[in-house]
Design a protein around this ligand. Structure first.
Ligand code: HEC
Ligand code: HEC
Ligand code: HEC
Ligand code: HEC
Length: 474
């Protein structure tokens, strides 16, 4: 008797184990039914697959907070009332205060104003790093909205697009810790077979974001000749490209056919307009990372840095968070025109720079430089002096007269003090000068920005000429 039963008893746990394993495996899949929408010509298989339950869940995550009532635009400018406003100086005091309140709601609702302003101190102090970072974030948001319309269109972005009520956005990238080199035949596996969330838990290289979205590595791998001639792209490179494509699809909650006709992944004619928009999105993301996130090195505290000590960076999911358009295309920006434009950098604002009045920089000695124009800045400030418009006038006229001419902008900083901070300041000064050219209608591709340079060490310590930007006509 027992003999006949024993094998049965033995089979039951095995069966349960097999079933559990099956359920666990399936847990990663989506439960049917799903819906499909045809997005390309019939027969091309360009269908978009949606799971209505995921979409419903997403809809609540992407709800937009109500916009506060508009503030009066008249009255004194913020720069004349407040002491230390470098970006928002030309807003009215009403608009300025409204933005402070909304920024708090978007970024630090739990912490309040005290997240960026040290409690007990005047609002004008820059004690907290969060305020310094926010100022850069304001400039970044304005630049995205003004210069990257090719991607963000009129919908644009606000702080809420990335932050969603959190000081640290939910989706950020760090470079992964350096890989341990394995010996023998295994070698360097380029991050494969360690399923990464960024690449949809596939065994593709798990960090395609550093090479493609922080650095400008080439994404195209397919040859453009009938015979295999000349194309040096390797299988490994191709896997990196596919890994990036997984990240892009996941970030937007779409399939490959949202952008490609799989008959040819390379051909633009066969692709959807969304692929073109993504092409700009890739360039925009690189630009944000290089111009705004990387320069926060030295400003963000250690607990915000990644395993290799790098600053957090932006990827497609930082804004999109699983939606084909962030917040399903809710046009939040229309209620915040102050985040739309690069503010006219030439508006003279005497109160903007600390002590600008008494620190009026002395003229630079003749023959000290070969530059066509030299702009000097007050200590710790990246605001253009009131007479900057005049200094740049002739250069702007020359650029307009000769469309083949361009300008090179080099920022210098003092040789003393914190190097990272000095470099950042020098960069911001160069940006201010660039923005002045752009505001005058000079296309960005005619303006070359050079790396910040340290001025010659000066024994007297404080040297006004060290805080300069040189502009040279080419
Ligand atoms: C997420 C960061 C952040 C939060 C939160 C925040 N601020 Fe600010 N605040 C800034 C930045 C950045 C500036 C400087 C803007 C500039 O340079 O154009 C500033 C400047 C100010 C100034 C001008 C001070 C001066 O004299 O120069 C006032 C006043 C102010 N904030 C009030 C508030 C109030 C009130 C709140 C809460 C409702 C608040 N802020 C919340 C970032 C923040
Ligand atoms: C494109 C996405 C994006 C937009 C838009 C954006 N931010 Fe950020 N922000 C980031 C990223 C990424 C970080 C780095 C996260 C970190 O500090 O660890 C960051 C960091 C910050 C921090 C530092 C938080 C901390 O605790 O370290 C503040 C404050 C901040 N942002 C304020 C703002 C404000 C104010 C705006 C709108 C004017 C804004 N951000 C717009 C992506 C964005
Ligand atoms: C949101 C749009 C989008 C989605 C979704 C997308 N791609 Fe791409 N894909 C692009 C863009 C844009 C490029 C070109 C990038 C460049 O030139 O910088 C590209 C390039 C490629 C290339 C290289 C083509 C060449 O000429 O070498 C391959 C291969 C590719 N994608 C495969 C895929 C696969 C597989 C998927 C799904 C897992 C996918 N893509 C999903 C936008 C997309
Ligand atoms: C700074 C925020 C931000 C980042 C980062 C970003 N996007 Fe976008 N993207 C937007 C906004 C805003 C729109 C909506 C534009 C509109 O309304 O037409 C958009 C629209 C799109 C669209 C068009 C969708 C459609 O159906 O028309 C595609 C495709 C897209 N993004 C792909 C990407 C890819 C791929 C990346 C990463 C390489 C990326 N985006 C990074 C903000 C961003």
């Amino acid at each position: 008797m027992t003999n006949a039963l024993t094998p049965r008893r033995g089979r039951l746990p095995a069966l349960v184990a097999a079933l559990t394993a099956g359920v666990l495996l399936l847990a990663a899949c989506e439960r049917p039914p799903v819906e499909t929408v045809q997005r390309g010509y019939r027969g091309t298989g360009m269908n978009q697959v949606y799971n209505p339950r995921t979409v419903a869940e997403q809809a609540t995550l992407n709800a937009v907070p109500p916009a506060p009532p508009q503030a009066p635009t008249d009255g004194p400018a913020a720069s004349t009332v407040f002491k230390n406003v470098k970006v928002l100086g030309d807003l009215s005091v009403g608009e300025f205060t409204r933005l402070m309140v909304t920024m708090t709601e978007w970024v630090s609702p739990a912490q309040g104003c005290a997240y960026c302003h040290q409690a007990g101190e005047d609002f004008s102090t820059d004690t907290l790093y969060t305020k310094v970072v926010s100022r850069r974030m304001l400039q970044m948001t304005q630049q995205i909205n003004a210069d990257w319309k090719t991607h963000v269109a009129e919908t644009g972005v606000t702080c809420y697009t990335c932050h969603r009520g959190q000081p640290v956005p939910a989706n950020i990238t760090y470079a992964p810790a350096a890989q341990q080199q394995q010996t023998g035949m295994v070698g360097n596996d380029a991050g494969q077979n360690k399923p990464g969330v960024a690449v949809g838990l596939t065994s593709l290289p798990y960090d395609p974001l550093t090479p493609f979205l922080s650095n400008p590595a080439d994404i195209r791998v397919i040859g453009d000749t009938a015979l295999p001639t000349g194309n040096r792209a390797s299988t490994k490179q191709t896997e990196f490209t596919y890994a990036l494509m997984m990240h892009m699809s996941q970030s937007l909650g779409v399939n490959c056919t949202y952008c490609h006709n799989t008959r040819s992944f390379a051909e633009w004619d066969a692709s959807t307009p969304q692929r073109g928009i993504s092409w700009y999105g890739i360039r925009m993301t690189r630009d944000i990372n290089a111009q705004y996130l990387e320069p926060l090195t030295g400003i963000l505290p250690d607990n915000r840095l990644g395993p290799t000590g790098d600053v957090p960076k932006v990827n497609c999911a930082t804004c999109h968070q699983g939606a084909y358009k962030p917040l399903y295309g809710a046009p939040m920006l229309k209620d915040h025109p102050e985040l739309r434009a690069v503010r006219a950098a030439l508006v003279p604002s005497a109160a903007a720079a600390p002590g600008a009045g008494e620190l009026a920089p002395p003229p630079i000695p003749a023959g000290a430089t070969t530059a066509d124009a030299v702009l000097l800045f007050a200590v710790g400030s990246s605001t253009l002096a009131a007479d900057a418009g005049k200094t740049l006038e002739t250069l702007i006229a020359s650029l307009k007269a000769d469309p083949s001419a361009s300008v090179t902008i080099s920022g210098y900083h003092s040789a003393t003090g914190d190097l990272a901070r000095n470099q950042e300041l020098s960069k911001q000064r160069a940006f201010a000068v660039r923005d002045a050219f752009k505001a005058a209608g000079i296309a960005e591709d005619r303006i070359v920005l050079e790396k910040p340079q340290s001025a010659e060490a000066n024994l007297s310590g404080e040297d006004a000429n060290a805080r300069r930007v040189e502009v040279t006509l080419r």
